[in-house]
Structure formats: C-alpha cells, structure tokens
Ligand binder design. Sequence first.
Ligand SMILES: Cc1ncc(COP(=O)(O)O)c(C=O)c1O
Length: 401
Amino acid sequence: MNSISDRLKSVKPSSTLSLSQKASELKAQGHDIISLTTGELDFPTPSWICEAACQTMMQGDMKYTAVGGTPVLKQAIIEKFRRENNLDYKPYEIIASTGAKQSIFNAFLATVGPNDEVIVPAPYWVSYLDIVYLTEGKPIIIDCSQEEQFKISPQALEKSITPRTKWLILNSPSNPTGAIYTNAELEAIAEVLLKYPHVMVLSDDIYEHVRFNSEPFSTIASLEPRLKVRTLTLNGVSKAYGMTGWRLGYAGGPQWLIQAMTSIQSHSTSSPSAISQAAAVAALNGPQTFLEEWNKTLQERRNVVFNEMEQIKEFSCVLPEGAFYMYINCQGVIGKSILKGEIINSDQDFASYLLETYGIAVVPGSAFGLSPYFRLSYATDLPKLRIACERIKKAVSELQM
Ligand SMILES: Cc1ncc(COP(=O)(O)O)c(C=O)c1O
C-alpha cells in the first residue's frame, strides 16, 4: 500500500544531497572518489563556539527554550542585523530555527497556498522549488542567463509578477553560481517591487560572509527601507562559521509573519536545539576576524579551479564572487561520445560520466533549473581540488566528436 499525499508527489528528494550520498557510498565501497558536491565548508567550527556549547551542556541548560529562540540569541541576532546590515529589528520580529531551511519552510507554509506564485530566479537552490511544491504553491521560474551573470533583471521580474505573486526569492551570494547582486541591481529590483505592494521578498543572505569582492554587503530591506515591512531577511550560522551540522538559522521580518512562522514551528520542531543556540550566540557575538582568513583560503581555491576550468575549451564560466560554488557551462561536451560509444546528451549524462569514469562527483545543472551546466563546490582542500581538475580535464579530453 502507498498512501503518499498528492502534495508530496511533486516533491523530489534533494538531488544535491542524493548525489553526495552516491559519492559517499562509492567511496565506502573503496572507490577513489573526490566529491565536489557538498554545500558546506571543510573548516571546523571555531573552538570558542564549541566551548560555549560545552559550557551550556555542563551547566545543564538543555531544556526546551522559547520556540523562536532564547532571548539571549535573539539579542545576538538583533545586534548582528544592526551591526552588519543596518537593519533594526525587535525581538518579536526575529525567529531562530533548526537551520535557515526551516525558516523558509515556515515562511512559505504560513503564506503560500494552492496556486499562489513564488518567483524563483534560475539557476536556484534546489530546495526553494520543493518547499513551494510542499505548500501547494506554484514556482514561477525565471531563467537568468550566463550573460546576465545568472541574476534576475528588473524587466524579467516585472513581466513575471501577477496578482497571485506572493514572493520573490533573492539569494546573494548565490547557490549555485556565487553571483552577487550589486547595489544598483538591487535598487532596480526594489524600484519594481515598490510598484507591487502585494509581493513579499525572501532575501536569502546565508552566504553573506563568503565574499571575495571588496564591495560592502547589501541586503534589500536595508537598501530600500520601504520594503522592510514585506521582506524576510534570512541568514544563519551554517555557511559562515562552518556550522552546518549545528542546524541553526534565523530570520528577521514583519511581526505578523514571524508570529505565524513561530506558530508553525511550535507544532513541528519547537525551538532549535538549546546547545546550538548557545553556540550561535558565541558565533555571532564572538570574533569575526578569522572569516577574512577563511575567505582568503576559499578565494585561492576559487582562482585555481577557475583557471583550470577556463583552459578547457568545451567549458565556459563566470568568476564567482562569493559562496563556494562555480557554475560551469558544459555545452561543449554535449553531443560528444565517451569511449564506450555512448553519447553525452545532457549535463546529467556528463555528471554521471565524471563520477563513474573519473570518480569526480559534481551536481548537474538540471538540478538547479538551468542546463547544460554543472556545479562544482570548491569547499575542499587545494591538493584534492588540483587532482579533481586534472581528472576533469582528462575526462573531457577523452570525449570524441
Ligand atoms: C541558498 C541556501 N539557502 C539556505 C540554505 C539552508 O541552510 P541551513 O538550513 O543549513 O541554515 C542553504 C543550504 O545549503 C542554501 O544553499
């Protein structure tokens, strides 16, 4: 018997997670696999953050907390928003969740219903789409080309807004492209949004701290304060502080929305882990200077990988400005054949070929809604990245017309 709900039928399991799982399984079977699929830093969580968590445990502060986060964590989040984003929130405008993913889930479940539309610029982070499907809403996917550096233009945005539009999703720096919206680009988007007061904005800033350009970080609610009443500014400790497994994300937004999100959370997971909340306080209130060192390391890796990929004439890529992903156009391998005679018809075929023949795991662009591309995560040490680049070069050079 199978009594899966209709709601779940349109949802696919996260393809990034399933690919990294396939890579792990092959590795466990003894294959020489380098996985470039992961969405997490390979740096350990800084020691003072772990110590804060240990201290909380030793003190026995491990009971349920307030659903939307402890007052101390909310204060740390408020100060972070004020200090880094020039955004002023009150405690009732803040929620902490079990990962930023849960905050998105809460927000969409609270506001999106059958046939409500959510504008999702493609390429997109895979979960946006499936979360919208889970709410029975309708994702409106807007292709953003390589020429546009994978960013939505104000014209494309305006064309896609209808009376049923509930949300626009912005993600900068972006997963999967590493693109960052400039102030001018965000201002142009804000100008359009001001004309449509029924549209809310999810500003997913989770990669805020992983940036390589010298521009200060911008988020739309701060850049256009008139949009703050309908913007959910989303962030978390996962990507910035090497804390993916701690599961702690947070958001600031209008009171009515935060209240609704908190209500949903109260009936699903309740508060995030008390231990992780204490760790997040230490992360947000503690030293931030190490982030510069981390970014330097990531930038060096990005440069090495970019230079290597640029040498492959079948590929073309845009230099990512942030996050730890590169979104590589692999149009040049489509239609070529592998030694066994099989044709590479899609980025999915190319990703399978790389994994099965050269032990390199990447995520095909089809998972992010824009093909033919693949996403390469460089959150892996440089020696491994160099080997991976060599193998990719060899794999491409062995393809035949
Ligand atoms: C763009 C984007 N937003 C949100 C998240 C969720 O982060 P977390 O739930 O770990 O806080 C991720 C994780 O991969 C992401 O890439």
